[in-house]
Write a protein that binds this ligand. Sequence first.
Ligand SMILES: Cc1cc2nc3c(=O)[nH]c(=O)nc-3n(C[C@H](O)[C@H](O)[C@H](O)COP(=O)(O)O)c2cc1C
Length: 147
Amino acid sequence: MKKILVLYYSRTGNTERMANAVAKGAKINDNIAVELNFHVEPQDLSSFDAIIIGAPTYHHEMPVDFKNLFEEAAVAGISLKGKEGATFGSYGWSGEAPKLILEIMKNKFQMQVTEPPLLANYLPNEKTLSACEELGKKVAENLLNPP
Ligand SMILES: Cc1cc2nc3c(=O)[nH]c(=O)nc-3n(C[C@H](O)[C@H](O)[C@H](O)COP(=O)(O)O)c2cc1C
């Protein structure tokens, strides 16, 4: 059984809609378990084979919860090396957060990342929600059949 975490933050529900679609797409069969959550402890990260993070951009930054999560995971020496990683998020005009998180996954934690991040301008439309499902599916398929 492979485990996928879909971790997200959302103040007005836009990134949450994306997260629901990513989680739905990731559940491709009974060999994949998907946890959709808005908070985990740094040590919880070790138990997942893939970590997909949904982050809206506020003030050109990622949510402070995710900054703290990564800083604490680094300080605690938690290894995420080789795990699958992907990011997505809603934005208004600049959309830095998913890119910043993907950079940390790749450069600090040496995760296998799916690039580029998936962005939705404000409320995700049907096309973007389909792309979210595809992103979840792709990560799940990578776990079952490594590229
Ligand atoms: C106070 C405030 C600051 C924001 N700053 C940014 C920003 O720096 N860049 C950007 O692309 N969008 C910015 N936005 C727009 C949000 O990213 C956008 O509303 C997004 O859909 C929120 O996602 P959520 O519903 O998941 O919280 C900001 C919105 C607010 C209310």
